[in-house]
Write a protein that binds this ligand. Sequence first.
Ligand code: PLP
Length: 392
Amino acid sequence: MAAYHYVLGEFGALNLENVVVLIRAADSVAAPQPRSELAVLSPFQQGKGALGTGMVPIKLSANESHFGPSPHAIAAYHAAAANLFRYPDGTQTALREAIASTFAIDADHIVCGNGSDELLQLLVRAYVRAGDEVVFSRYSFAMAMVHATAAGAQLVIAEEPQWRPDTDQLLAAVTPQTRLMFLASPNNPVGQYLSRSELLRLHAGLRPDVLLVLDGAYADYVTAEDFDAGHRLVTEADNVVVTRTFSKLYGLAGLRIGWAHAPAGVIDAVQRIRTPFNASGPAMAAATAAVLDHTHTQFVRASNARALQRLQDGVATRLAGVAFVPSAANFYLLRFIDGTHTAHGAAAALEGAGIIPRPVGASGPEGCLRITVGLEHENEAVLRVLAGYLAR
Ligand SMILES: *Cc1c(COP(=O)(O)O)cnc(C)c1O
């Protein structure tokens, strides 16, 4: 039998006859199989972006900022075009320092990612072993549940009976197998947050080896005095992480950039598995300018709060049979309570008028429709169309 040996540098020899045998054997077995944990997952369904009518819709389905990003962020993005041939700064220094100065936290305790979604995934990869339990507050981020499922974790859902993260429910969900706890504050799709005293009570009741991950995607919008995004706790405890994003208030969803504020041990773990260029150069340049433009941040925050108040008043005076669920974020839930009209019917009426809301289905309270705060004329259009639907 002729044997063909190909020398592969230092790595040994390849016997071509054996390779042929292997290829034949592979022909007759099943296709490559992904890990069994993936079987229960399905691809993420993005909020609808078009209606198929050719009409340019008013898209109120994805909690994007209709005020857009800071003009300085757009200018920085354009300027970054001159450096597209370069790798980004893998140490993320300029952005981390801009965030640190804005939020009065330590730049060494910040890591940036391809959206906060990636940081949640990195935290799961770093801390969750197959078979561990991960506690999720009922209305937290669906993608974090996907990451934990893919890691082979057992998901434990803590209910939110008042539609806001509930300290007692969260603590009751903890077992000796719990490794991580995720909650969004404000939550999604309701927009309700955990107060500072409740956050401290939650943390005090948690074992120090359970990592508490606070998803602050909407924290930038909150104007209430008793809100606490958790940054102080991060500096005082070893088991608290806050994730934030540029996708919402900063209007940079298309760039995919977010950050986490974490204790030294967590930063160290994430840095060991983070790909060095997970945050792109143009994204970091735009985000750096955005986070330093405090005028724009305050303008968007104040405009959103005013718009929410106007919407709440508009629902109260013009939409009988609809309850406006109070929100601290850039979206609101409408609850259809007259027994005749439904969230489903309202969504159809809005879409018929070129407005795309986000039906919450099983991922939110029953009978509700989530709508992003838009510009004034867009919010007015929502009220007008819904008044017409309710009159039918
Ligand atoms: C939008 C959103 C995020 C942000 O995701 P990015 O990956 O940063 O765009 C995180 N959590 C919640 C609850 C959200 O709604």
